[in-house]
Design a protein around this ligand. Structure first.
Ligand SMILES: C[S@@+](CC[C@H](N)C(=O)[O-])C[C@H]1O[C@@H](n2cnc3c(N)ncnc32)[C@H](O)[C@@H]1O
Length: 304
């Protein structure tokens, strides 16, 4: 029986994912990061305490501590915290839930949340409420959420209601000589994952199939307008809200169709678009920076 907030699924999927990664390499990669790092340098206060909520392997806690920031990391997967403590005993990482943080009110001057908010099946309010509680008035938070961009708003419904029924059809698969899908095994269970139906127009849920666990809620993608309003409703002033572009959005949407074959063979984090991919990207970029962006990055200030 699964708990209502699917906490054990979160621990399961992230423990599995992080076991494939190398923390030392992740720390080395931080200096080349173009998503969050420029904003960390621009906005995070050097004096004062900063929380990374949902710190994963803990690479940012390690790297920013080295640069002189006063960092604490909180992560729900105990193995990640243990590994970080083993390799970097002087770094402050703790096991905890970002929806129920073990810190007093108005404790932090800065807060980082990269790729975390979208994983709460009950929606983002519980995290934002806790962020609002632990941050000092005037404190800065840097947050990312996956974009339910213009392209995906057309593509996901099309895929769900037109492409998927064909792809999953037993007869069609038999005729094409394709093996049965994992979906078949778990079909009934998919419906047991209750997502926020009342918000369907504002966000899109992504549910994956794990070979052992069956259907697993992965994340929501958010419309920018909806997330802007949500932040404002928690009394945050938006200083910057940036559409972030990344090749992973091409992979999530089209598989490996638009990548150079050579980059897929060995390099995990170095996806390179092929000629077709570059053309498609150029067209998408011309339409709007919000047409096919991967994330939104927010820099917000807690109102005084
Ligand atoms: C996409 S990863 C991001 C990790 C890290 N922020 C980074 O940028 O590499 C999301 C992380 O959030 C953690 N997480 C998810 N829900 C959490 C919760 N309720 N409390 C604490 N951590 C959580 C996951 O275990 C995972 O390590």
């Amino acid at each position: 029986m699964r708990s209502a907030d699917f906490t054990e699924d979160i621990v399961y999927q992230w423990q599995k994912k992080w076991s494939e990664y190398d923390l030392r390499q992740a720390v080395e990669n931080c200096q080349e990061d173009t998503v969050g790092f420029p904003y960390f340098l621009k906005y995070l206060p050097k004096k004062g305490l900063i929380l990374e909520a949902g710190c994963g392997l803990g690479q940012w806690v390690v790297y920013l501590s080295r640069l002189g920031y006063h960092m604490i990391g909180v992560e729900i997967v105990p193995d990640c915290v243990q590994m970080c403590k083993t390799h970097f005993p002087n770094v402050d990482v703790r096991v905890g839930d970002v929806r129920n943080l073990p810190f007093p009110d108005a404790y932090f001057d800065g807060y980082i949340s990269i790729g975390v908010i979208e994983h709460m099946i009950e929606g983002p309010e519980s995290i934002l409420r806790e962020l609002k509680r632990v941050i000092k008035p005037g404190g800065i938070a840097i947050i990312t959420v996956p974009a339910y961009n213009y392209f995906l708003r057309a593509w996901y419904p099309l895929r769900k209601f037109i492409v998927e029924p064909f792809r999953k059809n037993h007869l069609i698969r038999k005729v094409l000589g394709k093996p049965a899908l994992l979906y078949d095994k778990f079909d009934g269970q998919i419906k047991s994952i209750k997502i926020k139906k009342q918000l369907r127009a504002e966000l899109w849920p992504i549910v994956g199939i794990d070979a052992v666990k069956g259907p697993i809620f992965i994340e929501y993608k958010y419309k920018k307008g909806y997330f802007d309003c949500l932040l404002e409703s928690f009394d945050f002033k938006i200083i910057e809200s940036v559409p972030v572009h990344h090749p992973l959005i091409f992979q999530d949407t089209f598989g490996n169709l638009f990548f150079k074959k050579s980059c897929l063979k060995n390099e995990k984090n170095n996806l390179q678009l092929n000629i077709l991919g570059k053309i498609v990207k150029r067209i998408f970029d011309q339409v709007s920076p919000h047409f096919f962006n991967y994330l939104y990055l927010y820099v917000v200030k807690a109102k005084i």
